[in-house]
Design a protein around this ligand. Sequence first.
Ligand code: PLP
Length: 397
Amino acid sequence: MNERMHDLGSEPSAIRELFSYGLRRKAEIGPDNVFDFSLGNPSVPAPDAVRRAILDLMEKPASAVHGYTPAQGSPGVRGAVADSLNRRFGTSYTADHVYMTVGAAASLSICINALANPGDEFIVIAPYFPEYRVWIETAGCICVEAPARGDDFQLDLHAIELAVTPNTRGIIVNSPNNPTGVVYPTYDLVELANILRRKQEKIGRAIYLIADEPYREIVYGPTQPAFLPLLFENTLVCYSYSKSLSLPGERIGYVLVPPTMQESRAVYAAVCGAGRALGYVCAPSLFQSVIERCVDEPCDIEAYRANRDALYEGLCALGYECVAPQGAFYLWVRALEDDAQAFSQRAKEHELLIVPSDSFGVGGWVRIGYCVEPQVIRNALPKFADLMHSYHDAPAR
Ligand code: PLP
């Protein structure tokens, strides 16, 4: 067998491991006694329009609903996605710029494979979504970490500039961000675009910005996320309906290859080729049809906002140092000892399941996913108080 694949399969991600532990623990001591903040599984139900669309589609002939579509997705849904983006961002995209995929995971993997040759480098901003490294390295490329700013986890433009080499093929930008919850302000992204243009000029080839946008709609303000193709021409967008429409298990999203990018038609062909090579063709037909009907369905973020406020204010009041979340549904909290894994382990003793930051490429912090029922936060706060007290009684072991 392939040793690398064996290793990847034998060592599930720390996030999934914690989630599995939570399921076992809930069976042991009851679901209300375990506070699982591990996974980014939306707690808000999918909009009713999705349910209605599915019921309506079930009345159609089976072959029209369950049959293969073209590899890149049906023209109907791709046109609907393009039209929706045009209405929102004043662009002029068509179905020919959109490739339907099984979520952002496939979108990112496709983009990396479409753009890169083995040995090329992709820059990620640490802390970062752990699977980026897996996808980059599986494509035979090198994952280059550029740290975010240490205090507020915004872009460190100088660090990014230093990370670019003649082998740089692209940079992945994720805003709103998992795991920190920050949203990058437009002025920083404009400056990032300037840096990338200068570097393209210098190294004499395109550098691609891959905008990973599953949380585009989940924003609390004051900063609104910019639409990156409007700021930097060589941007591809990876989008997913996992979070905005609460459909993570249905595996549906898209890659956008804007016509404004260099060699756009060739890049779109490479995206189709990577989709084919990786087996990501013909995204689930039923959900392509659902998205065609629900593409403009708003994302209800009020439950997440209430959770964010309760958790952020509750933990700050207890003395935890937290990064104020502006988007997504994660709170980034400084661990009470240098070793985030030891901190996460001690939190587990209080039935709090929180992800150590080592999983995201940095030490000393934890991620708390607050896409949970409100009572989970309410009942967890006394546990976080106990956890804090435990450090007063017995500092790091
Ligand atoms: N990118 C980021 C930043 C994510 O947080 C996730 C999922 O949590 C993904 C990509 C993958 O999303 P999907 O479920 O659409 O594959």
